[in-house]
Ligand binder design. Structure first.
Ligand SMILES: C[S@@+](CC[C@H](N)C(=O)[O-])C[C@H]1O[C@@H](n2cnc3c(N)ncnc32)[C@H](O)[C@@H]1O
Length: 263
């Protein structure tokens, strides 16, 4: 079954941030057990930033959505983080957490889990403060534009991260490769790309709304990254089982790559 591409404006109309977080990132029925998806993401980000020591001045996260889990390890390694997303309500939901506004989502169990990976679960409040200090901007972006941050022109950054955005935003492989090129134009030569991709899926649900997912296999992603001018440092693949009514995604692929100096 092929998912029908719906275009970015459907995100504006139908992507409800709280439904999205609840479905994919909440701990189930009040216990502290997170989804395998979230654990996989957090462990790989911990490996990249904390164990492998990827660090620098500015990190740009593309298609951040309403979530902040992707900044929990990175905030220890970068002076500033810039978040970005196409959809207004996702940027607003993230800002609610950053500004501690009423009704913000409680990420503290996830923050504690990352602190535990780092060796001290008790430091979670300090880490929340650090994330709030380090995420300096939450910008509008569109990965289908040559400059995804246009009209803003930004100096190239040390690290670009993106989780599950390109396969949601692109209707076919050529568009995916172009979007990858667009976001990587924002990265310095020698800089790192950290990409998480949902594999072998056609759709994912947010509340009652079905969103398109571009069907990708591991080799399609790694080829696009290599052909985009990167050397892959390491990658990790995990099979996933979701309720069939939620998504037909079969696996998640994490990849860390370094931009070659000459393309
Ligand atoms: C599946 S969500 C991923 C959110 C988050 N990165 C995560 O790890 O859960 C896909 C995100 O891509 C964003 N998006 C869709 N089309 C986009 C586009 N053309 N440019 C930038 N972001 C886009 C959506 O607003 C949404 O936040």
């Amino acid at each position: 079954m092929e998912g029908n591409f719906i275009g970015k404006d459907v995100y504006r109309q139908h992507f409800h941030p709280k439904d999205y977080i609840k479905t994919y990132y909440s701990s189930s029925s009040g216990n502290q057990e997170f989804s395998n998806l979230l654990k996989f993401n957090l462990k790989n980000l911990h490996k990249a930033f904390t164990l492998d020591g990827i660090k620098g001045d500015t990190l740009l996260d593309i298609g951040s959505g309403p979530t902040i889990y992707q900044f929990l390890s990175a905030c220890e390694s970068f002076r500033e983080i810039i978040a970005s997303d196409y959809t207004d309500q996702n940027r607003e939901e993230m800002q609610r957490w950053l500004k501690k506004e009423p009704d913000h989502f409680d990420w503290s169990p996830v923050v504690k889990y990352v602190c535990e990976l780092e060796g001290d679960r008790e430091k979670w409040e300090e880490k929340e403060k650090k994330v709030r200090r380090t995420v300096r901007q939450v910008l509008k972006c569109d990965v289908t534009q040559a400059n995804p941050l246009a009209p803003l022109v930004m100096p190239q950054v040390c690290c670009v991260t993106s989780q599950f955005c390109l396969e949601s935003a692109c209707q076919d492989l050529p568009t995916y490769c172009l979007a990858l090129k667009n976001i990587c134009s924002l990265l310095k030569p020698g800089g790192h790309l950290i990409l998480m991709t949902a594999l072998k899926h056609n759709f994912y649900m947010v509340g009652q709304h079905r969103f398109f997912g571009l069907y990708l296999e591991q080799e399609m992603v790694s080829s696009a990254v290599r052909e985009g001018g990167f050397d892959i440092s390491w990658s990790d693949l995990a099979t996933m089982q979701f309720a069939p009514s939620v998504t037909d995604c079969k696996a998640i692929y994490a990849l860390v790559a370094q931009k070659r100096s000459t393309i």
